[in-house]
Design a protein around this ligand. Sequence first.
Ligand code: FAD
Ligand code: A2P
Length: 418
Amino acid sequence: MTVQTESIVIKQHLIDPEVCIRCNTCEEMCPVDAITHDSNNYVVDVDICNHCMACVSPCPTGSIDHWIRVRAEASYSLEDQFSWTSLPEEEADLPEGGDTAAAPAQQAATSDDPNADLEGLPSTAAGANVPPWSAAHPYVNLYTHKNVTTATVAGNYRLTDDTTDNAIHHIVLDFGNTPFPVLEGQSLAVFPPGTDDSGRGFHARQYSIASPRDGERPGYNNLSLTVKRVTSDYDGNPVRGVCSNYLCDLKKGDTVKVIGPFGSTFLMPNRPNSNLIMICTGTGSAPMRAMTEHCRRLVKKDEFNGKLMLFFGARSEKELPYFGPLMNLPKDFIDINLALSRSPTQPKQYVQDLIRERADDVVKLLNDDETCLYVCGLKGMEKGVLEALRDIVTQAGQNWPQLHEQLKAQGRLHFETY
Ligand code: FAD
Ligand code: A2P
């Protein structure tokens, strides 16, 4: 007698390679390390993913939210997924099943909060996944891979001194009659022209918007980006970054393919008495410029009287984007703290050193429910910033884990690092 064994059908979590902008958010968010990537695609390991959904809402494009019913023995391997250019179709006439949260092996996986351990902290888990309650409602995904829009370059100039190797550009994009509504803290993505080594069009790269909601020029349908020309990789080897070099070389009148806007949590509170603590390095200054400029325009109309505190890290003054305009801002409008790491005249400083120096003022602001914190720039600074916050709060006799949880739950602590 033969026993018929029926296939177990599972729901496999997959990422749509056509829509994914390779921003790494899902990999950072995943508490069980089920998500990984190669130079081609971001993929989910079916043996590890426990369908906890931690990656789903932070994904800026929705490419993460795909679930296909497959026979367990025929589930897609990492190698399969690395090779894809689009998602496969679900097999027709599958037996019943696949509706449970996870396959048995998947259910065994844990979803402990890694944020409990500061040493091994993944970035996004350290911050809120909700916006401040008073934030304006953002538009997201108005333009996608299937519905790309075009912007025209209205200006492109270098922000950092010509004598340095660090080329950071301010690029203004005009959307003409095409609606592209944004809020401070949101981002967009740009498709560089051309194809990769395998002949496929390059995937889109994400950039923070550096201008306020009412336009780089108030009342105009334009916005700005702060783009660093990537000429060496993270290990310091020479490389020509595809999209950053394309953007930095653009001329006035050129057109650019854009999707977005993205981001529904890294948003500023919409209250006249809110306080912002902004901590950034390099191009991480883009959203801080947007927020500061929005507040400056509100102040002119007598509609904002909160406190702004900025911690800004750069190698030197010459390599600090927006140095001139920043220094012209009134001292009673914004409290600026510059951390220069390679200044010829000062000892090396990082933003976290200055947070410690200004402990009393930072803790005072943290204890005000109207205060939100934003951290943007180098991935490496996250841990240092969190440690500095933990230490100053603890030294003030307060309970950091408790305050940290409160800041996250109230949408008052946000990270965007890359
Ligand atoms: P690629 O061709 O993709 O990469 C070339 C090589 O350089 C690769 O080896 C890659 O690993 C390495 N590399 C990539 N980026 C860097 C880097 N920054 N430093 C050193 N090596 C690198 N960039 C901005 O300039 N301004 C922004 O406002 C901005 N905002 C972002 C917001 C988010 C949420 C994210 C996820 C990224 C943001 N980026 C920003 C980074 C941007 O999306 C690109 O990754 C960056 O411009 C490099 O793209 P590329 O095509 O030039 O380099
Ligand atoms: P460093 O001189 O050590 O590179 P970049 O110009 O590469 O975008 O960096 C911006 C600033 O961030 C630089 O001053 C850089 O210092 C600093 N930086 C580098 N690593 C960290 C870190 N782990 N924490 C805080 N700041 C950092």
